[in-house]
Ligand binder design. Structure first.
Ligand code: BG6
Length: 517
């Protein structure tokens, strides 16, 4: 396997230590540690980088390595295992309990001991901790984050989502962050921006002449952005029940994908130019006022699945840790409009759900019908519209469905797929989102990270929807059987406009899984 794609030209100018606060938590074990190991296997990390994992309780080095090894083994990925062997002595553990001021000083000393003497350290602090702990960690880390004017490389802070739980808390968090560090020291992560297929949206749109002329209300009938997972709430009951899918993935991943799909061409690929255009999309989102959520949105949660011959699947309320009176949604669908010249009148349908029939994230741009039907269409009806699907996962790629003549004496038409698959087109290893973002963060590159005003604009759109749901009360929270395509109310949302969702089918291929809407 060619893993050279993991390497970025040039060495990071700055980072000598990556400190992961919450380094033994779920995110670090599932994503960060395996990503670091893969990067090490590809020699994409600076050879002298220290990775310092913090925790509240003392842990021996041996115990730390055992925990990390278990995490890496859990990925069933030989590259991470190779990297882990090479990485072993670069992992360190240090106690950091933000509630203990003396402990914070001891932590600073421990960090210095790990780094040894030499050039002034340049540190990247990764806050992989629950949002309610961010304030305490900021306070504890403040002396280490203070900008030393003499240092060319100030300490940087990488903050994981969720970034607040509404506009007020996100703004408060931003204010708190800015009291401690300046904006250019903060990296707010949305890992969807690190995904190859998401980055490719800009390449597809702006490095080709074909698509831009038809990327507007004149040619596009509607856009569907789907995020579907087969997994349920898993071990994240406490977090997820407090968040719900709207805040968990729509506010961030889906709105970011929407921005890249809908934005105007940026002046250049410079981070500021791209951000500016994304912000304009967020500003153009037509608000869904609280008294319109019943018609513009739907929400539901998965219910138990019991089928003969299949293992039963628990409903949301039966999941461990979910309170019996929970009214949290695990599925949300929205009809969204952008009030711009380009998109006026074109609905963007967004849906996100857990425990659905397939794991599938994609953007489908469904074009308008041809203006006149001159061919006898299959079944005698109108021809199917062209659809461009940007498949984020699985099988990252781009599919364009167009009509074709079926070989034979009659003039019959059928939809066919023009397919581009990353896997087939590029032999090189594709960095996963965290690999990409970690490398960027270590290099001090910020283009794939968010600024506070983008996050706040996204919350401004989400908050009234949540307010509407609150007013509606739990009685309007629908249900869908685990393992299905979602609630019937979501179908009704599109049916009201004479449209249907694309089927969920993981691969997007196969006769029972037509890629056509
Ligand atoms: C996270 C959400 O941000 O994204 C999770 O908190 C979700 O609920 C995950 O499962 C999905 O990420 P990915 O990369 O697996 O699509």
């Amino acid at each position: 396997m060619d893993i050279s794609s993991l390497r970025k030209p040039g060495q990071p100018r700055c980072t000598t230590s990556l400190v992961i606060c919450g380094g033994t938590g779920d995110l670090a074990r599932r994503k960060l540690v395996p990503a670091l190991c893969r990067l090490r296997a590809a020699q994409a990390l600076p050879a002298d980088l220290h990775v310092v994992i913090t925790g509240r309780r003392p842990l021996t080095r041996q115990a730390l390595l055992a925990t990390l090894q278990e995490a890496v083994a859990g990925t069933a990925d030989s590259l991470s295992r190779t990297g882990f062997e090479a990485m072993g002595d670069r992992f360190h553990y240090a106690v950091l309990d933000p509630a203990d001021p003396a402990g914070c000083a001891a932590f600073a000393q421990a960090l210095q001991d790990i780094e040894g003497r030499g050039a002034a350290p340049a540190r990247l602090f990764y806050l992989a901790i629950p949002p309610e702990q961010v304030g305490a960690f900021l306070q504890a880390l403040a002396p280490l984050l203070a900008r030393d004017r003499g240092t060319p490389c100030p300490a940087r802070l990488l903050v994981e989502k969720p970034f607040g739980s509404d506009l007020a808390s996100a703004s408060a968090l931003n204010r708190r962050l800015q009291e401690v560090v300046s904006e250019d020291q903060i990296l707010r992560i949305d890992h969807y921006l690190g995904k190859e297929a998401v980055q490719n949206i800009l390449a597809l749109r702006f490095a080709n002449i074909l698509f831009e002329p038809v990327w507007n209300r004149q040619f596009v009938d509607h856009v569907q952005i789907s995020f579907a997972e087969t997994i349920g709430v898993g071990k994240r009951a406490a977090y997820f029940d407090g968040a719900g899918i709207l805040r968990d993935v729509v506010q961030n991943h889906l709105l970011q994908v929407l921005c890249l799909t809908a934005m105007e061409p940026p002046l250049s690929h410079h981070p500021e130019c791209v951000r500016l255009e994304k912000k304009k999309v967020l500003a153009a989102l037509r608000p869904i006022p609280a008294d319109e959520t019943a018609v513009q949105t739907c929400r539901a949660r998965y219910t138990r699945r019991e089928r003969t011959g299949e293992a039963a699947v628990a409903g949301y309320l039966q999941e461990p840790g979910i309170p019996p009176d929970s009214s949290t949604e695990t599925y949300a669908a929205l009809r969204v409009y952008l009030d711009t010249w380009r998109w006026s009148g074109v609905p963007f349908y967004l849906r996100a759900g857990k425990r659905l029939s397939a794991s599938q994230t994609e953007i489908a741009v469904v074009f308008r019908q041809v203006p006149a039907h001159i061919f006898p269409a299959p079944g005698g009806g109108p021809v199917a519209p062209d659809v461009l699907v940007i498949r984020v996962q699985p099988n990252e790629g781009i599919h364009l469905t167009v009509m074709s003549k079926v070989p034979g004496m009659e003039f019959r038409l059928a939809p066919v797929d023009l397919d581009f698959s990353y896997q087939e087109a590029f032999a090189a290893y594709r960095p996963d989102a965290y690999e990409r973002l970690l490398v960027d963060a270590l290099h001090g590159e910020t283009s794939l990270f968010l600024q506070h005003d983008e996050i706040e604009a996204a919350w401004s759109f989400i908050d009234p929807i949540r307010e509407g749901w609150k007013r509606e009360g739990p009685s309007r929270l629908g249900g869908y059987e685990a393992g299905t395509d979602g609630p019937t109310a979501a179908d009704a949302l599109l049916a009201a406009d004479g449209r249907v969702w694309r089927p969920l089918c993981g691969t997007g291929r196969g006769p029972s899984c037509s890629p056509h809407p």
